[in-house]
Design a protein around this ligand. Structure first.
Ligand code: HEM
Length: 308
C-alpha cells in the first residue's frame, strides 16, 4: 500500500524534496516507530497537499458499501462483488485496448495487455476462496434483501463476454431501463470480438481464413470452422515462421483457461452456498451456471491441439 501512496504523491506532480525529518515531527519522537517515521522524512502534513485518500477518492469508495440487512456477513458479500467489478473495469480497459492493438497489427502491445487480463482473471479465481468462507445460513440471512439483483445483471461482465465473443442478444435486456449502460453493452455486442480481430490478423498475414469469418454480422456468436482450425494449425505447425501469431494463440489460450476457472469456481461456490436453489436473477442457479461452463470462446485454439 505504501507503493500506491508514493505513486499518489508522484501523480500529483509534487517534485519538492521531502522536508527534513526534524521539521516533519517538531515534537521529539518517543517510540522506535516514531523515530523511524522521523528518520525517513515521511510527509505528515496534508493540509495543503493531495494525500493518498484524496488521490484515490477513498471517501467515495469506502462510503459505497451500504448493507441492507443486519447480517454481519453482508459486508463480505458487497466487498467481494465491488472488488470484482473494479477488476472488471480494468479488464475491460485492457481488453478493448488489446482488441484495437490486434486490429492495428501492434502485437507486442496487445500481448502485454492480454497477459494483464489473464493475471486479473487468475486473481479473481483465487478471490472465490474468500467468499467460500460464507456458509449457507450466513447467505440465507442476506438473500431476502437482495431482491432480484444478481451478477447476471453485471453490465461490465456482459461487455467482457461480448468482447471475448460470447454474443447473446438476450443479455442486453436487463440493461434496457438504463440507456447509458445499454449503449455500452450494445456497442460491445456490435463490435468485432477479440477473436474476430485475431482471425482478421491471420488473414492479413496470408493464412487461409474463410472469407465469411472476416466480414460477418458481429452481433452473432462465432461458430467453429474447419478452415479456421486449418489456419491456426499452420501457425502451430511452424511456430518459428509465425512466432507472434503463435504467441497470440497462446495468449488467447491463457485467457480462456483463466476464464474457465473463474466460471468453475463461481458455480462450485454457488453450489456450496445455495445448493440447487434458484438464483436471485431468476435462473435455475447452478443448472444455468453449469450450462455456461460449456461456452467455448476461441474454439479452434483448443481443437487444433488434437491435430498436433
Ligand atoms: C454467494 C455468492 C454468490 C452466489 C450465491 C451467486 C449466484 C449466482 C447465480 C445463481 C447466478 C445465475 C443467475 C441468477 O439466477 O441469479 C449468478 C450469475 C452471475 N454471478 Fe454470481 N453468485 C455469487 C457471487 C458472485 C460474485 C462475487 C460475482 C462477481 C462479480 C458474481 C458474478 C456473477 C455473474 C457475472 C453472473 C452471470 C454469469 C453468466 O451469465 O454467465 N457472482 N450468480
Amino acid at each position: 500500500m505504501h507503493g500506491s501512496g508514493d505513486d499518489a504523491a508522484h501523480a500529483g506532480g509534487d517534485a519538492a524534496p521531502p522536508p527534513p525529518a526534524a521539521e516533519a515531527t517538531p515534537q521529539a519522537a518517543a517510540s522506535p516507530g516514531e523515530h523511524i517515521v522521523a528518520d525517513e522524512g515521511a510527509q505528515l502534513d496534508f493540509s495543503r497537499d493531495m494525500s493518498y485518500g484524496d488521490y484515490l477518492q477513498l471517501d467515495r469508495l469506502l462510503d459505497a458499501q451500504a448493507p441492507l440487512s443486519p447480517a454481519h456477513d453482508e459486508l463480505l458479500f458487497i466487498v467481494q462483488h465491488q472488488t470484482s467489478e473494479l477488476w472488471m473495469k480494468l479488464m475491460l480497459h485492457e481488453l478493448s485496448a488489446a482488441v484495437r492493438a490486434v486490429a492495428a497489427d501492434e502485437l507486442p502491445a496487445a500481448f502485454k495487455m492480454l497477459a494483464r487480463v489473464s493475471r486479473i482473471m487468475e486473481q479473481l479465481v483465487h478471490a472465490w476462496d474468500v467468499l467460500a468462507t460464507m456458509t449457507p445460513p450466513e447467505y440465507s440471512a442476506i438473500r431476502p434483501f437482495l431482491s432480484r439483483s444478481s451478477g447476471f445483471q453485471s453490465w461490465q461482465y456482459r461487455c467482457i463476454e461480448f468482447t471475448l465473443g460470447n454474443k447473446n442478444a438476450a443479455m442486453l435486456k436487463p440493461h434496457a431501463h438504463r440507456a447509458d449502460l445499454l449503449a455500452r453493452v450494445d456497442a460491445a455486442w456490435r463490435a468485432p470480438s477479440l477473436y474476430d480481430e485475431a482471425l482478421r490478423l491471420l488473414a492479413r498475414r496470408g493464412l487461409p481464413v474463410p472469407p465469411d469469418k472476416l466480414a460477418r454480422d458481429w452481433t452473432q456468436a462465432y461458430t467453429a470452422d474447419p478452415g479456421v482450425e486449418a489456419a491456426w494449425l499452420a501457425v502451430y505447425q511452424a511456430p518459428q515462421a509465425h512466432w507472434d501469431l503463435y504467441q497470440l494463440g497462446e495468449e488467447l489460450t491463457d485467457l480462456e483457461d483463466a476464464f474457465r476457472l473463474w466460471r468453475f469456481r463461481h458455480v462450485t461456490t454457488v453450489e456450496r452456498v445455495i445448493g440447487f436453489k434458484r438464483g436471485t436473477g431468476g435462473t435455475s442457479g447452478v443448472g444455468y451456471l453449469r450450462r455456461m461452463l460449456d461456452v467455448v470462446l476461441f474454439p479452434e485454439i483448443w481443437s487444433l491441439r488434437t491435430q498436433l
